[in-house]
Design a binder for this molecule. Structure first.
Ligand SMILES: Cc1ncc(COP(=O)(O)O)c(C=O)c1O
Length: 476
């Protein structure tokens, strides 16, 4: 009878003994061979299966060693594990760890308490914020760069974590487009901006340190610093972004998005940037500048990065290709303060935050050959028009219920409910009708200070935006 449950494949690369062991183990673990059942003798099972007796003996011995079977000399082996494999021959069910009783590290325990990134699982539909339009990405050109990178792989030296060509290309791009002042070897290439935040937290946060974060702000940043043991304090915003300056109470680190505050889209003025630098003592307070969508400035010339204004090396500059290219590229970067480059490179290897060399080389070529800037120029025009289309539509169709804060750039905007602060209820109502937005109050660090709807425009075509607006108008 047991032989009928076993299916051994002679041509399989896996040996017969290994196959038999695995199949018997699964049958016991799934409960099909129940606790107390006597298996046939090795001689009989071997003959029923048409395999050598050694094959069966090997499988029995292995399963005895793993605790699934008990065997004594001259007797048939007996299953000693309960159905569904839950009984533990070395203990009782009560001694099995359960999620609540696992002894996790303090880092993992903190992760269990943060709800990021699971808190936002919205479907990818208009007007979901946070994305550029992947449909506009020149996949044919990118494909050629990837192919050349793969073909050239045999000629490249192995083991360089941050590829020099990409570092050089990025240093040049960041200097000319964003005003970042950095040598190429200050740039770490990472799988995402989030990886950069984790790396920074690992390198400079000691549990108990205070970190200031814009409120409302980017929840991924709060999650990374909290997981490292930081106390995250939300700092209220005014028209230019974060309004509190560090003084005697200076924190260990300040996280900000000065190009377009996430989520409000506000631009921090040059004067405010300088004020922050003046107030942050080198060696005492680090500043993290997250320039996640700084490529997209529509109404004015881009304000130079805070990093480029800093003469004392106290700013970490973080960027990502998730918005400028597509989020599936999985590439970001960190421009490290000179004094921390060595430490961060070691940490990068320890944690294994290393981006594929193939992709790094392809991107270096994509940038050096001008494709990146050409793509940016094209989508900048497109996103600018989409922003204007969304703003005009909101004012025309929903002007009575929503007031729009028009950002000077970026990929999303905030519309506030004029007669209510119940943004989460509004978001739920809209999702049901098929329009995806995000509640500003859900981006608060503690008790919400601000309310409204975060609406994405960059990822959505004008006809998609118009359709979403019609749905929204019928909902309100
Ligand atoms: C402000 C901000 N920083 C960083 C990121 C994360 O970028 P990445 O996908 O590279 O981790 C996002 C993504 O939405 C963001 O909004």
């Amino acid at each position: 009878m047991i032989a009928g449950l076993i299916d051994l494949k002679r041509a399989d690369g896996e040996g017969l003994a290994t196959q038999l062991t695995g199949q018997l183990r699964s049958l016991i673990a799934s409960g099909r061979l129940g606790k107390g059942l006597s298996l046939p003798s090795s001689r009989r099972l071997a003959s029923e299966l048409g395999v050598s007796r050694n094959t069966v003996t090997y499988a029995f011995e292995q399963l005895v060693a793993e605790g699934y079977l008990a065997a004594s000399h001259g007797r048939r082996p007996i299953v000693i594990v309960d159905g569904a494999g839950r009984s533990d021959p070395a203990g009782t069910a009560a001694s099995r760890p359960t999620a609540g009783r696992l002894r996790l590290s303090s880092w993992a325990s903190k992760l269990q308490k943060t709800d990021w990134p699971m808190s936002y699982q919205a479907p990818f539909k208009p007007l979901r914020p946070g994305h550029g339009d992947a449909r506009e990405f020149p996949n044919d050109i990118w494909g050629r760069c990837l192919r050349r990178s793969a073909v050239g792989a045999a000629r490249r030296e192995l083991g360089t974590v941050n590829r020099p060509r990409l570092r050089e290309a990025l240093a040049h791009y960041l200097a000319t487009s964003r005003g970042v002042r950095a040598d190429a070897d200050q740039i770490l290439i990472l799988p995402s901006a989030q990886a950069a935040l984790t790396l920074i937290a690992t390198a400079v946060i000691t549990p108990g340190d205070e970190v200031w974060i814009e409120d409302p702000g980017y929840p991924g940043a709060a999650a990374a610093f909290r997981a490292a043991g930081a106390r995250a304090t939300g700092i209220a915003l005014d028209e230019q972004g974060m309004q509190r300056m560090p003084g005697r109470d200076a924190p260990r680190l300040i996280f900000m998005t000065p190009s377009h505050q996430h989520p409000t889209g506000r631009l921090m003025s040059l004067a405010r940037r300088t004020e922050f630098l003046r107030a942050s003592r080198p060696g005492k307070t680090w500043i993290v500048e997250d320039d996640y969508d700084g490529e997209f400035q529509y109404d004015s010339r881009p304000v130079p990065a805070l990093q480029g204004l800093d003469a004392y090396g106290r700013v970490f500059y973080v960027g990502t290709f998730s918005k400028a290219m597509t989020s599936d590229i999985r590439l970001g970067y960190l421009v490290a303060p000179p004094a921390l480059v060595g430490t961060l490179e070691i940490a990068q290897r320890h944690i294994g935050l290393i981006a594929s060399s193939h992709i790094q080389e392809a991107l270096a070529e994509f940038i050096a050959d001008g494709h990146f800037l050409a793509h940016l120029r094209r989508v900048r025009r497109l996103y600018h028009a989409r922003r204007d289309h969304l703003v005009a539509g909101l004012e025309r169709h929903l002007g009575e219920v929503l007031s729009v804060e028009v950002p000077s750039g970026g990929i999303q905007l905030v519309a506030r409910l004029k007669r209510s602060r119940a943004d989460q209820a509004a978001v739920a109502r809209l999702v049901e009708a098929g329009v995806v937005t995000r509640a500003i109050s859900s981006l608060a660090l503690g008790k919400p200070r601000d309310h409204g709807l975060l609406l994405g425009f960059a990822a959505w075509r004008e006809n998609e935006i118009s359709a979403a607006l019609r749905t929204m108008a019928s909902c309100f």
